[in-house]
Write a protein that binds this ligand. Sequence first.
Ligand code: AMP
Ligand code: GLY
Length: 420
Amino acid sequence: MKVGIIGSGGREHSICQIIKKSNKVEKIYCFPGNAGTAQIAENINIDLENFENIKNLIINKEIDLVIVGPEKPLVEGIVDYLRRFKIKVFGPNKIASQLEGSKIFTKQICEKFNIPTAKFGIFKNIDDVKKFLKKTNFPIVIKADNLASGKGVYICEEFNEAINAVEEIFTGKFGKAENLLIEEFLKGEEMSFFTIHDGRHFKIFGTAQDHKRVLEGDRGKNTGGMGAYSPSRLISDELEKKILNKIIKPTLQALSEIGTEYQGFLYTGLMIVNNEPYLIEYNVRMGDPECQTILPNLKTDLYEIFIACCEHSLDKIKIEWLNKKSLCIVLCSKGYPEKIKKNVEISNLDNLKLDKSNFLFHAGTKLENKKIYAIGGRVFNFVSLSDDFASAKKNIINNISALDWSEGFYRKDIGYKVIK
Ligand code: AMP
Ligand code: GLY
């Protein structure tokens, strides 16, 4: 079978590498992929906004299954578009993708179904915000309503900081924003909870904790993610039940009431406060780098899981895991998440020790004349599976040292809550 993967990050490289293990998969195309996918699949450089071109390529190459990695094409309706041409595609439709595309859509579902989440208000202009801020208690959380690659969220300690955030959002720093949300600050520990859905059934697809801030000690600017570990240290049978019953099932019910269904990965971002889950956000895709962290632990054939999701038969599949501890550290270009140098060559990749427990997934890289160049902020994901997080981390640090890339940096404290 021929598989097409849309996206170019570490998440997509990990999907590519893990699905390639299936004996049903004979060829993979990545749209557009990166230097990592180029070594195991065929990259096709294409503009992800041009759905018609993507559709023509899928038909011409006779691709049997398409997997959409990132949120942007999902929120813009690529799944609905491709299905019109009878293309088998894994991912949620445009309406369901509003769970990530519009924070207000999700908050309204929370209100209607009593889903635990931070208290919130919606604002359309700066004057109303100012009035509200004058009588509120800090800290508060301010969020752009639109997609902002995880960066449109501000945790504000005082009035001036909040005003600055509001100005940045309304002047379009994260794209056009007509609404913003102000939320109560929830104090607890975060956890990412993943499920996979076929529209009628769903299964749990692991838990993780990512480190979103750029600096050690979880300080500094928010990023796409500097590293992660899986499973989350917080998960228990009791908490899992609460998450399913109080959050995920009511959300699926809400989608069904508006006449749609959910197919694809669902990433539930939670704050756990005194063992109670609160919904922080939904993402309608796997997390990055959580996907890279979770997939190496999968025993079941990933291709068969995706096909089952496209055919409403996920209930027939048993998803099995190695149950190892998995850690991922992201190696970034110096300067990330601000300005970085592009097209910096990376050598020494042959020095790495990679095997069935140690993985390198590329993110912002390109292959040109047999050389590899860094072209993005997040460059590589080093993942290691082990019986304990400490040795997984040691394996990763050994590989990063062997790479010895002077233009890169990484957080040395990934997993500090689970490593003594
Ligand atoms: P989001 O893009 O909504 O996931 O927010 C990014 C990050 O901001 C989250 O991962 C949390 O660390 C933090 N955050 C968002 N909302 C809240 C909240 N209501 N209370 C505390 N922290 C929050
Ligand atoms: N790691 C956070 C995200 O994928 O949104």
